[in-house]
Design a protein around this ligand. Structure first.
Ligand SMILES: C[S@@+](CC[C@H](N)C(=O)[O-])C[C@H]1O[C@@H](n2cnc3c(N)ncnc32)[C@H](O)[C@@H]1O
Length: 290
């Protein structure tokens, strides 16, 4: 039996488990290449080689995990974000491509030579905090999370990417206990309504940490808490860049309108044209005359 035969067999099992045909083929190949240590070009050239028993022994457990709908990123233990590899595991959300919008917007707000204080609320794997620390060399970053285990993963990622000395990791709720004025708050908080849990795909429902996914019945609880925390801690003229869920844009704009001192400046859409990221500004300090 060739490697190709075994990869086809894995693909068929994934399809039977409910994974779409395109993704099933991709996942079967990615897992095989992980075991073989081959890049895509070598895989395409040599996949008709006879499969060794060592390959079979190492491939089968990965296939069985994916067949149970465990995300490939957890099986591999890594996920790419902003072109960098991040350690991921069951304690952290798998970084999503659309979250890179937060990075784009935060960078657009910051001069290359600026030295802002940035807080990443709900840092998870640390992907946002770490990328911003790398991209803004003068920045000092504070990364908060309720989950001690997530913070351990984030710390390891910060060491891996050479910015651990510039990020303070704080185990707290939202911005509680952050006792300095900050220039930029960034956040991808949990925002999935708890009532939609049964309808989620198994990869999210059964594997990603609930604390990273759900935020009350309507999904707005954490978004609201981040807004309140940001209004309290931002310097006058400071910025909040925050992700929210599909269909929550009107609710988020209303929430911002209800928080004194914050105004919506822009709502960014993602590549699927879904409103995804809100950019808010803290009011300037009142002038002497006003
Ligand atoms: C959607 S995940 C985002 C993780 C990461 N920032 C990313 O974009 O991939 C939300 C994160 O918020 C954390 N979280 C949930 N409730 C929190 C709270 N009250 N205070 C701080 N962090 C919280 C979760 O542990 C999780 O790591």
């Amino acid at each position: 039996m060739t490697i190709h035969d075994l990869v086809q067999g894995a693909r068929d099992r994934f399809v039977t488990a409910g994974i779409s045909a395109g993704l099933a083929a991709l996942d079967a190949e990615v897992l095989a290449r992980q075991v073989l240590g081959w890049d895509r070009a070598r895989f395409l050239t040599d996949r008709n080689e006879r499969a060794t028993s060592v390959f079979l022994l190492n491939y089968e457990p990965l296939v069985a995990r994916r067949e149970r709908r465990e995300p490939v990123s957890y099986i591999l233990g890594t996920r790419e974000f902003w072109g960098l590899p991040f350690e991921v595991g069951p304690d952290v959300l798998i970084p999503r491509h659309e979250t890179e919008l937060i990075i784009e917007e935060a960078l657009a707000l910051t001069a290359k030579d600026a030295c802002p204080v940035i807080v990443d609320v709900g840092t998870g794997s640390g992907c946002i905090a770490i990328v911003l620390a790398r991209e803004i060399p003068g920045a000092r970053v504070i990364a908060t999370d309720l989950s001690r285990h997530a913070l351990e993963v984030a710390r390891r990622n910060a060491v891996r990417h050479g910015v651990a000395h510039r990020i303070r990791f704080v185990e707290t709720s939202f911005l509680d206990g952050i006792d300095e004025t900050v220039d930029i708050v960034v956040s991808n908080p949990p925002y999935v309504p708890s009532v939609s849990q049964p309808g989620l795909i198994p990869e999210v429902r059964d594997y990603e940490p609930p604390v990273a996914v759900f935020a009350g019945e309507d999904g707005l609880d954490a978004l609201h808490s981040v807004l309140i925390g940001a209004a309290a801690k931002l310097a006058p003229g400071g910025w909040l860049v925050m992700e929210f869920g599909c269909g929550q844009d009107d609710c988020v704009v209303s929430l911002v309108e209800g928080v004194e001192g914050l105004d919506v400046v822009k709502v960014r859409h993602d590549l699927q044209d879904i409103p995804r990221t809100v950019i808010c500004r803290k009011s300037q300090a009142p002038t002497q005359e006003s």
